[in-house]
Design a protein around this ligand. Structure first.
Ligand SMILES: [Zn+2]
Length: 191
């Protein structure tokens, strides 16, 4: 499973040519305390990651990412979706649905009720994940891109204007472009 995660996460490198590298410690007995990104596979804790350098402030014995939905048998598109999304957070990306220049007209009560039931999140977690847009001058962003891997699936009944998004399972052109701009591109890379 560790190798599977590593292979999928590397798509952030091979599809972008970004000046960025991941060194995976996938051996079963390795001590990950010295790693910057520490991944747990706790099925009871959902899927999440700290964003970018936030991970450097997390106690060394704690994970900085949990891939609770990941299994060896998980279908490829679902595995790619969750690994690319969480590694997107790890390399500095926040949720696309928090884009400060594109307010989504949420039906907040329905979003909260659904996420409490499906994810077991409390109101503060739901608010942070869904509604707390950063100020526009605090982010480096593309135009709003509903096909981003950093976008949640949005069912129609979560919005008051019938806006909806399906499950994104791969990097969008904007995802690739943003990471290339943020990290630069290797001179030898041919996209
Ligand atoms: Zn996320």
């Amino acid at each position: 499973m560790r190798e599977r995660v590593a292979d999928l996460a590397r798509l952030w490198l091979t599809r972008t040519g970004a000046r960025l590298d991941f060194h995976f410690w996938t051996a079963p007995d390795v001590d990950v305390g010295g790693a910057d990104i520490r991944i747990a596979f706790d099925p009871a804790r959902g899927s999440w990651s700290w964003v970018g350098t936030q991970a450097t402030r997390i106690a060394r014995e704690k994970p900085t990412m949990n891939l609770g939905w990941m299994t060896v048998e998980l279908p490829e598109d679902q595995a790619r979706s969750v690994v690319l999304h969480e590694f997107g957070h790890a390399i500095g990306l926040i949720h696309e649905h928090l884009h400060p220049l594109h307010r989504i007209d949420w039906d907040r009560e329905r979003v909260i009720a659904d996420l409490r039931a499906s994810q077991g999140w409390d109101d503060a977690t739901i608010s942070a994940n869904m509604f707390e847009e950063p100020p526009p001058d605090a982010v480096f962003a593309t135009a709003f891109d509903p096909s981003s891997i950093m976008m949640y699936a949005v069912p129609e009944h979560w919005t008051r204007d019938d806006f909806s998004v399906g499950w994104n399972t791969d990097l969008s052109a904007s995802d690739i472009g943003l990471i290339q701009e943020a990290y630069g591109v290797r001179p030898e890379w041919r996209g």
